[in-house]
Design a protein around this ligand. Structure first.
Ligand code: MN
Length: 164
């Protein structure tokens, strides 16, 4: 009985130790992300797993309406996160405000993105965008002429396509 109490105590101690380490690791990671990624806007809402691989968060800035017909928002991609393949009926403009990531139009090489980059994607052009493997990315998106439509979602970007 004494032995089993000792074993139990040792296990409990180890668990406490592990949970402390886990917590400090998470704090460290969070601090690192905050230092690396200059967030201008609130994080926003997590994107659907059906449309994104990994964790991506959308924060709306200018809602779509009939007078401006322009949609503006911010997406924060955690490292490794990316959109599915998709197209915009009237095209899209991306402005990178922090971090590192990629934009790829189907059939073209993957384009590296960093803070300050501005990328345009023509109407009805299949593409994806997301963070790099090691560092997240903050991007503003502008979708003009929303009367033509906003987005048409397609299949996920495979690991091979992402790392290619
Ligand atoms: Mn897009």
């Amino acid at each position: 009985m004494k032995v089993s109490i000792k074993v139990f105590s040792a296990m409990a101690f180890t668990l406490i130790l592990l949970s402390c380490q886990e917590e400090s690791y998470q704090e460290e990671t969070q601090t690192q992300i905050e230092e690396e990624l200059d967030a201008i806007f609130p994080q926003g809402q997590k994107g659907s797993e059906d449309l994104f691989t990994g964790n991506a968060y959308n924060y709306g800035l200018v809602p779509n309406d009939s007078s401006l017909t322009t949609l503006i928002g911010n997406v924060y991609f955690e490292p490794g996160a990316r959109s599915n393949w998709h197209s915009h009926p009237a095209g899209q403009i991306l402005i990178i405000t922090s971090g590192k990531g990629y934009h790829q139009i189907e059939g073209q090489p993957k384009q590296e993105l960093k803070k300050g980059d501005v990328v345009t994607c023509p109407p009805n052009t299949k593409h994806w965008h997301g963070a790099s493997q090691d560092m997240g990315m903050q991007q503003l998106y502008i979708i003009p002429n929303t009367e033509k439509g906003i987005v048409e979602w397609m299949e996920a970007v495979s690991e091979e396509q992402y790392t290619n």
